[in-house]
Structures are given as C-alpha cells and as structure tokens.
Design a protein around this ligand. Structure first.
Ligand code: FES
Length: 111
C-alpha cells in the first residue's frame, strides 16, 4: 500500500511575531493567505510589484524566476526572495517588510 502524505512546514515571521503552516512545495505567500495571516504584504501575487519581499533567515526553499527589479542577484544570495515566487520545502524563519519604494528625486532637488 502506498501512503501519500502532505507534508506541512512551520513558517515563522520573526519581525511580526507570527507563524503559520504551509504545505510542502506551495508558494509562501499563498500559504500565508490560506492560513488567514497577514505577516507578509500582499500585492500582485505574480512577482511584479515587489510588495511581498522577505528575507529568509533559515530553511529550505526554491524560487521561481524573480524580477531583478525587485531582488538583485546579490540580494538573492543573501536570502531575499519574493514570497509569491518562493516554494516552501522545509520549516522557514523569515523576516518580512523588505519592500521599499525607490525614492524619486526631482530635477529641482538635484540642483
Ligand atoms: S505580491 Fe507582487 S511581487 Fe509578490
């Protein structure tokens, strides 16, 4: 007899003092919403806005293709990811709220 188990992983969001469980291989942002939590900002859910940017402090995960406009190669190596493009593959400890608007400098301010 073959038994298929749906493994769940524990996600801890340190800066929000929140935690929730996420199914194996499900997207981090989707898992959070399914659990009814608001520990990570939700935007487009498609990798386009950068609102869900978090830093993974520990744990196993895999990312789908992410926009370099929101996560640079260097940031990716440091653990920054877009939660809507990250598949959970183990218990994770993350820090949310890493979305930042690029400051717009008007020509008058530069002079
Ligand atoms: S919600 Fe827009 S990039 Fe993740």
């Amino acid at each position: 007899m073959i038994t298929v188990t749906n493994r769940e992983h524990q996600i801890q969001v340190t800066n929000r003092d929140e935690s929730f469980t996420c199914d194996n291989d499900s997207l981090l942002l989707q898992g959070m919403e399914k659990a009814g939590k608001q520990a990570i900002r939700v935007g487009c859910r498609k990798g386009g806005c950068g609102m869900c940017k978090v830093k993974v402090l520990s744990g196993h995960y895999q990312t789908l293709k992410m926009s370099r406009a929101h996560v640079s190669e260097q940031e990716e190596q440091q653990g920054f990811v877009l939660a809507c493009r990250t598949q959970v593959q183990g218990d994770l400890v993350v820090e949310s709220d890493h979305f930042a608007l690029t400051p717009v400098v008007s020509p008058l301010e530069e002079a």
